[in-house]
Design a protein around this ligand. Structure first.
Ligand SMILES: Cc1cc2nc3c(=O)[nH]c(=O)nc-3n(C[C@H](O)[C@H](O)[C@H](O)COP(=O)(O)O)c2cc1C
Length: 184
């Protein structure tokens, strides 16, 4: 698939078939992520891949952390479901530099660039990906389980699998965003 097509046909997907994609495909999409632009070549991204039963401890960790907050039962159920909804959850994190706020911001942006690369590569591989974020990303428990430091940042939860045959992508439209062109 060429890049023009990949950019325009990739859509966030929420319905997954039960099969787990092969490990080599996941390795390829992570490798694609690492070609993202990153100022000073800090390579701030870290990836955690949890597949099958490997997702359970993360789901438990997220639940335990939420139980220590004011989260409702519904919110806890929904957070568990976020971890378990696809055969694989790939978590993207940023090694954070709180002592250098400019670098920290640049590194967060680089992680988002890496995620877009990953999403496009996954699409070209025929995978479905659901991107999500929530308050559990702020919890020290989930970070510790992934081997991250408290100051590090969880950037995205990416549920990954093959699309369910009848899965419909979310409707996505785009508005022109250029507010001014002075082109002489
Ligand atoms: C930073 C970020 C956070 C997101 N968090 C969520 C989320 O928590 N739940 C969700 O359903 N989608 C989430 N999304 C996915 C967007 O809803 C999705 O990209 C948007 O609907 C546009 O659809 P498209 O990706 O198919 O173009 C997130 C996307 C980004 C970039």
């Amino acid at each position: 698939m060429d890049v023009h097509t990949a950019i325009r046909t990739r859509r966030d997907m929420e319905g997954f078939a039960p099969d787990t994609p092969p490990r080599e495909v996941i390795e390829r999409i992570i490798e694609a992520a690492t070609w993202a632009p990153n100022h000073r070549l800090t390579e701030p991204w870290r990836f955690a891949v949890l597949a099958g039963a490997g997702r359970d401890a993360m789901a438990d960790g997220v639940q335990t952390w939420l139980e220590s907050t004011d989260a409702t039962e519904g919110a806890i159920r929904s957070a568990r479901n976020k971890v378990l909804r696809a055969p694989i959850i790939l978590i993207v994190a940023q090694v954070s530099r709180p002592e250098d706020p400019v670098r920290d911001l640049e590194d967060y942006a680089a992680c988002m660039c890496a995620i877009e690369n990953l999403l496009l590569e996954a699409h070209a591989e025929g995978l479905a990906v659901h991107f999500s974020t929530d308050r559990t990303m702020l919890g020290d428990g989930p970070k510790a389980y992934l081997g991250l430091q408290p100051e590090d940042r969880l950037v995205a939860y990416l549920n990954i699998g093959y699309p369910k045959p009848d899965a419909e992508p979310k409707v996505a439209t785009r508005q022109p965003a250029v507010v001014r062109w002075d082109w002489s």
